[in-house]
Design a protein around this ligand. Structure first.
Ligand code: UD1
Ligand code: UDP
Length: 363
């Protein structure tokens, strides 16, 4: 079996990015295997997305679970090596910048299997983020690099990647958003959670915000200040739950803490929100497409196009209240220009390029 493409997915954002690529390759009759590393495993961090997005059940789940970076990456490498020695894919397709992406990239390179990196070239230029290391290594080792923005292409060119390997295809996460958009309906979600018509949505999971007592306290202070202005709902990522709770975060009438939500439920709430406060990568992009004001609680972003073309603004925790006041005094749905090629067809472009690559490699 040497003609199939192997997808590697493991964490929440991977599922959302892979869905349109897997669908478009299926439509083109390309044989595929989907490997779930098991990096995310809770029903609400994994299974719900397979149902919501009609993703195929993975052919294999490596069950790596949580651990330190080395434990998690090593477990994924061992499982992927075993899988690919047996299955012998012609090409592996990796998504984003999580530890499963890094592991897949290293294993493919050592086995001599070409890899394609979807969402290549993003850079925060902040080496303290684990994702930055994962991006750099996956880009260095990839044979096909699919970018979501012109800056990403520039970063790859600057690191010496030959232009023939780089393809600016648009954004598969936005494909999923556009495909599912008709299902977004804030009303029932608001009712279910007892939210008023005007509310904000908050998500937080970056280590720089939730892994240390001091940063967790600053984050909780920012949320309290924001909740004084606007009722909030916080679908809480499991990473931050314990430390943020210790730092004083608690469920209340103006600050509802809920479990992580499925894709349609979450984006329904975002689509109806007055503003979003986040440190997520993907949510910066989704709010840009939905014209929802977004405050990103980080010192930098690997997605500057969401600032230049979208609704995003970087803030420190102590700037959240004033930035929210600006937003609340401004238009409800500020419109930017859409980032180029964020048009719902990135998955199809990727599939065309992959199919052509497979045909050329067989010739
Ligand atoms: C990972 C990615 C991050 C991405 C995020 C998306 C890395 C280095 N980080 O961060 O880039 O933005 O996913 O959500 O790959 N946990 C559960 N249940 C789960 C999964 C995790 O309880 O299903 C808890 C565990 O306590 C675990 C912690 O969350 O230790 C962190 O999980 P991990 O996958 O290591 O990193 P994330 O913070 O989720
Ligand atoms: N998301 C979701 N439910 C939630 C929170 C986020 O479906 O409760 C979606 C969100 O819309 C986006 C993706 O998960 O598509 C982003 O994942 P995350 O923030 O975990 O990772 P990042 O993008 O920061 O890597």
């Amino acid at each position: 079996m040497t003609t199939h493409v192997a997808h590697v997915i493991g964490a929440r954002p991977n599922f959302i990015k892979a869905a349109p690529v897997i669908r478009a390759l299926r439509d083109r009759g390309v044989a595929q295997r989907v490997v779930h590393t098991g990096q995310h495993y809770d029903e609400r961090m994994s299974d719900v997305f397979f149902r919501d997005l009609d993703l195929p059940t993975p052919d294999v789940n490596l069950g790596i679970g949580s651990g330190t970076h080395a434990e998690q990456t090593a477990a994924a490498m061992v499982g992927l090596e075993r899988e690919w020695l047996a299955a012998q894919p012609a090409l592996v397709v990796l998504y984003g910048d999580v530890n499963s992406t890094l592991a897949a990239s290293l294993v493919a390179a050592k086995l001599g299997v070409p890899s394609a990196h979807v969402e290549a070239g993003l850079r925060s230029f902040d080496r303290s983020m684990p994702e930055e290391t994962n991006r750099i290594v996956s880009d260095l080792l990839a044979d096909l690099l699919f970018t979501t923005s012109p800056e990403a292409t520039d970063h790859l060119t600057a690191m010496g990647v030959p232009a023939t390997r780089i393809h600016f295809v648009g954004n598969p996460m936005i494909d999923t958003l556009m495909a599912q958009r008709a299902r977004f309906d804030p009303g029932p979600e608001r009712e279910r959670l007892g939210l008023p018509a005007t509310y904000g949505v908050v998500t937080l999971h970056r280590p720089s915000n939730v892994d240390h007592d001091a940063s967790a306290r600053a984050v909780v202070g920012a949320l309290d200040a924001l909740a004084a202005r606007l009722p909030l709902v916080v679908p809480l990522h499991p990473r931050g739950a314990a430390r943020l709770t210790e730092a004083g975060l608690h469920d209340g009438e103006r600050l509802r803490i809920v479990e992580p939500l499925g894709y349609v439920a979450f984006l329904s709430l975002v689509a109806g929100a007055r503003l979003v406060l986040t440190d997520s990568g993907g949510i910066q992009e989704e709010t840009t497409m939905l014209d929802i004001p977004c405050l990103t609680m980080r010192p930098n972003t690997e997605r500057p196009i969401t600032i230049s073309h979208g609704t995003n603004r970087l803030v420190r925790p102590d700037q959240v209240a004033a930035a929210a006041d600006d937003i609340l005094a401004g238009p409800e749905r500020p419109t930017g220009t859409r980032p180029p090629l964020w048009d719902g067809h990135a998955g199809e472009r990727i599939a065309d390029l992959v199919a052509a690559w497979l045909a050329a490699s067989r010739a």
